[in-house]
Design a protein around this ligand. Sequence first.
Ligand SMILES: Nc1ncnc2c1ncn2[C@@H]1O[C@H](COP(=O)(O)OP(=O)(O)OP(=O)(O)O)[C@@H](O)[C@H]1O
Ligand SMILES: Nc1ccn([C@H]2C[C@H](O)[C@@H](COP(=O)(O)O)O2)c(=O)n1
Length: 247
Amino acid sequence: MMLFRLSCRRTCDCVCGLGRVFGPARPARPPGQRSLEPPWPAVVVGRASSSVVAMAAKPTVIFVLGAPGSGKGTQSANIVKEFGFVHLSAGDLLRAERSTGSEVSALIEQHIKDGEIVPVEITVSLLEKAMNASSVKKFLIDGFPRNEDNLVGWKKVMDDKTDVKFVLFFECSKGVCVSRCLERGKTGGRADDNVASLEKRFVTYVDHTKPIIDQYAAKGMVRTINADTSVDEVFEAVKKLFKNEGF
Ligand SMILES: Nc1ncnc2c1ncn2[C@@H]1O[C@H](COP(=O)(O)OP(=O)(O)OP(=O)(O)O)[C@@H](O)[C@H]1O
Ligand SMILES: Nc1ccn([C@H]2C[C@H](O)[C@@H](COP(=O)(O)O)O2)c(=O)n1
């Protein structure tokens, strides 16, 4: 134990003890990065039998789900500020990819217009790329997994590489969600914030996304927040939850 502490102090600048998190010498924080998280691969040290073992910590993931307009994006932005997470919206990543004019642009455009879910190979590869590009390794993944295809694709490619903590579920009545989206549609520039697309998006939500939330609920992995109230009231509930979860 004593020997370990001495050698640890020589090799890193953290306050190490067995079981604490440390990594290589701390590099300068990249400009604009607000998080206090270490921007280098963390290493967790613990004892196995009589030897000391080290393994890389996996990125933390929280999935953010709820009906269209339930406030996933709004609350994710608040969580980023308060708790230092990185917000990755699957919808935003797909919209960005659509506007690059790549070979999948037309396919994404059609799916978004029809309120349907884009094949997971596209979405997971965009998510993985964004996660790899981030120095902060705590992610809110908003609007994913939205259907069985999303879930299977995530498990295949990302399950072993990440630590999914829970699903943050914003529960909100359809009437409130629709009126928020229609209001957003007046100025937001989204092609799918209209009555026709919203109807399709809600069908997709009820038929395909809600069953995914239910699957996670059966595993005790859903944290439900009432999202019918004001932005501030919803965030108070979110803050309480995140503190209880140890963030
Ligand atoms: N609690 C709230 N009270 C009133 N308006 C809200 C609330 N939360 C969000 N809004 C507004 O409702 C609209 C939709 O919110 P937001 O984009 O956060 O929802 P979302 O769940 O991410 O939607 P989508 O899945 O369609 O992208 C926005 O215009 C936002 O400002
Ligand atoms: N996992 C996802 C997330 C989003 N999309 C597409 C289809 C949605 O209607 C659209 C908008 O998403 P939002 O911004 O409302 O979360 O993006 C998808 O295919 N797969």
